[in-house]
Design a protein around this ligand. Structure first.
Ligand code: DGL
Length: 267
């Protein structure tokens, strides 16, 4: 049955746009609503209970817009809140950790998989647990990179400061002999060229957001709730709790949509 309701995406900030970008590519007929909680970003250093509370607030906002599926396009929120949100909603809820894990496990030859993410994600141990539950002999190595999200949120992903901070932070990971690195934060694909440069081209970077959209696509088919292929004027709505000017700037460049007009909301 054709379902024209939008798919909702949430993140603490602009990171979730890396998932939206992929959704625009893989699912161009779908109506999309994105909410970034830029005002309270970063979530990474916050206590788990607070991340759960904020994630519920974003979820309620999107439920009021009658979404047909919720994508938690934030690893920190996925690690903290996916299980309970999934349990309590009657629409499909997708997080970013399992799709990234599956792609990493599929790619690795040496079973040495690196994970980078926020403090919240790394401390939760969610990626390690997910990897080891699939391949018990794997050797996951993780590293929190708390300085990356502020670089992206301040639109400095292409600056020389970004290069310096990424090189310094990833130094320990370059010595771990990994063949696969999970970008376990949806902000990190905006730093991808710099991260690749530091890690070397033989290390395969896994963008968990890209993998997640594959899962969204599969679930649309499984539940038979995809929009019509004849929907040639799909809607794209963007909301932020922060500055619309700064959001529009980053979103415009990243998504390549010239006329993004995000709306400001309070949660
Ligand atoms: N983009 C988010 C993630 O994937 C988190 C950024 C943050 O708020 O710390 O984890």
């Amino acid at each position: 049955m054709i379902n024209t309701a939008p798919i909702g995406f949430i993140d603490s900030g602009v990171g979730g746009l890396t998932v939206v970008k992929e959704a625009l590519k893989q699912l161009p007929n779908e109506n999309i609503i994105f909410l970034g909680d830029n005002l309270r970003c970063p979530y990474g250093p916050r206590p788990k209970e607070q991340v759960i509370e904020f994630t519920w607030q974003m979820t309620y906002f999107l439920l009021k817009q009658n979404i047909k599926m919720l994508v938690i396009a934030c690893n920190t929120a996925t690690a903290a809140a996916l299980t309970q949100i999934k349990e309590q909603l009657d629409i499909p809820v997708v997080g970013v950790i399992l799709p990234g894990t599956r792609a990493a496990v599929k790619n690795t030859k040496s079973q040495r998989i690196g994970i980078i993410g926020t403090q919240g994600t790394i401390q939760s141990g969610s990626y390690e647990q997910a990897i080891l539950s699939k391949v018990p002999t794997a050797q996951p190595v993780s590293l929190a990179c708390p300085r990356f999200v502020p670089i992206v949120e301040s639109n400095q992903a292409n600056s020389s400061v970004a290069k310096k901070i990424v090189a310094q932070t990833l130094q320990p990971m370059t010595k771990k002999n990994i063949d696969t690195l999970i970008l376990g934060c949806t902000h990190y694909p905006l730093l991808r060229p710099i991260i690749q440069n530091v890690m070397g081209k033989e290390v395969v970077l896994i963008d968990s957001g890209v993998e997640t959209v594959g899962e969204v696509s599969m679930l649309l088919d499984y539940f038979d709730i995809a929009n019509s292929p004849e929907n040639t004027t799909p809607t794209r709505q963007f909301y932020t709790t922060g500055s619309t000017q700064s959001f529009n700037q980053i979103a415009k460049n990243w998504l390549n949509i010239p006329d993004i007009q995000a709306k400001h909301i309070q949660l």
